[in-house]
Design a protein around this ligand. Sequence first.
Ligand SMILES: [Zn+2]
Length: 89
Amino acid sequence: MTCAEYRAAMSARLDGEDAGGTNGHEHSCAGCARWLATARRLRDFSARAPGPSAEWSEGLLGRLGLGQAEDRGSAEDLDRGEERGEDRA
Ligand SMILES: [Zn+2]
């Protein structure tokens, strides 16, 4: 397993998806061990953080040409849906 494969799998796992085994790659790769620790801290931090305001989210969507967020109340749900990139054709 390459570092890139490992990190992709762990990113999915941190998002709550089953990404299969990783063969304990982080135990033999200091770089990925550090990456995993950082990724976990970021995930925990973003889970606790209040997130951007509805106004900020709408402004960003507007600048991206995506129009207004339909759900004004929940930027957090919006983020989760966007990041996962669910386009299973
Ligand atoms: Zn690695």
